[in-house]
Ligand binder design. Structure first.
Ligand code: TXA
Ligand code: MG
Length: 329
């Protein structure tokens, strides 16, 4: 990136707004984040208000370089440095004991903090220019689908954000893997593009996945990442006939991932990485079309399959406790 031109203007504008306590939507390789200065309690409060997120759901602090986590964590075990060397910048979040300087607003009152070095070049430049840590949850209303384009953020949060940085469509498309390193036995709390096997290969020990346990991450709530419409996931082979069966009178069906019948057609790529990249935009497109039922073809096998099954399971779960208001378009 050169020192001149539109990109450097965006980088300095974003860094200035963050320093002034404003909110900036930032592109990352996973999903867009709603960023504010993690050291500024007013900025952190604005993030919770914009998302409608309960105060006890902690935020991830994003930093420019792995070495910067020393300022946020009370202790950094060898396992964290090994994972940082292998996967940062990238779609991995580590839970570590928090340093005394971290605001309890960021951690939801916990004694641990979530840390990540994201990979998107624009956001890395903004973090470097800003110089501190930014708290950034996914830039969606609480419980809803994470945004994977700048347009998704504008449509959902619009006026609540001071600047939306457009970094194009997100490369990965689903949220980062979360690994808990604050306990004796590291465990995956949220599945993502970096599999438990990949973490285990670096650590030289199996890393269990505990996403079904007591809620430590809000991505573990039974209903999360949810479209407005009801969602059903069906095997690829059963897809065509099931769509027809579900087309009861007066009910429009979004045939997501299917080229044939249905209220709306959104083609989803057949590989697991392409499916992840397209998933949230497809669910949003179906919601925008006003359908009542989305029938989604099940994800293909591959390294991302477990994370995709996890997201689809939560997106399809009953969600009476959530605000089902219409998505602004
Ligand atoms: O890919 C991502 O991780 C995106 C991009 C923007 O970086 N961010 C993201 O943030 O997904 P959010 O807030 O939507 O999800 C963060 C998850 C939540 O489920 C939260 O409960 C969990 O991380 N979390 C944060 N701090 C935690 C902690 N100290 N212990 C356990 N879970 C924590
Ligand atoms: Mg989220």
């Amino acid at each position: 990136m050169g020192a001149e031109g539109p990109e450097s203007a965006v980088v300095s504008a974003a860094a200035r707004i963050l320093a002034a306590g404003g909110l900036v939507a930032l592109p990352t390789e996973t999903v867009y984040g709603l960023a504010g200065d993690a050291s500024n309690p007013d900025a952190v409060r604005r993030i919770f208000a914009a998302k409608g997120r309960p105060a006890d759901h902690p935020l991830i602090v994003h930093v420019a370089e792995a070495s910067a986590i020393r300022a946020w964590a009370a202790a950094v075990p060898d396992a964290a440095w090994r994972l940082a060397a292998a996967f940062w910048p990238g779609p991995l979040t580590m839970i570590l004991p928090r340093s005394a300087a971290v605001s309890p607003l960021v951690t939801g009152g916990r004694d641990t903090v979530a840390l990540r070095v994201p990979a998107h070049p624009l956001t890395r430049a903004i973090l470097a220019a800003f110089g501190g840590g930014v708290a950034a949850p996914s830039a969606n209303r609480f419980g809803r689908i994470s945004p994977t384009t700048a347009e998704h953020v504008r449509a959902e949060l619009g006026a609540a954000v001071d600047l939306v940085v457009d970094g194009g469509a997100c490369e990965v498309g689903i949220e980062s893997t979360i690994v808990d390193l604050s306990v004796d036995e590291p465990a995956v709390l949220r599945l993502g593009a970096i599999s438990a096997e990949a973490l285990g290969a670096v650590l030289g020990r199996p890393v269990p996945v505990v996403t079904g346990g007591p809620v430590k991450a809000s991505g573990q709530l039974p209903s999360h990442y949810a479209p407005r419409a009801a969602l059903e996931v069906v095997p690829a082979a059963a897809f065509g006939p099931r769509v027809a069966a579900l087309r009861a009178e007066g009910v429009r069906v979004a045939a997501v991932g299917h080229e044939g019948e249905g209220g709306v057609d959104v083609a989803v790529p057949t590989g697991d990485a392409g499916y992840a990249r397209a998933l949230y935009a497809a669910l949003r497109a179906a919601d925008r079309a006003g359908v009542e039922v989305i029938v989604m073809v099940e994800p293909p096998e591959g390294p991302l399959a477990a994370a995709l099954r996890d997201r689809l399971g939560r997106a399809a779960a009953p969600r009476h406790e959530l605000d089902r208001g219409p998505l602004p378009v």
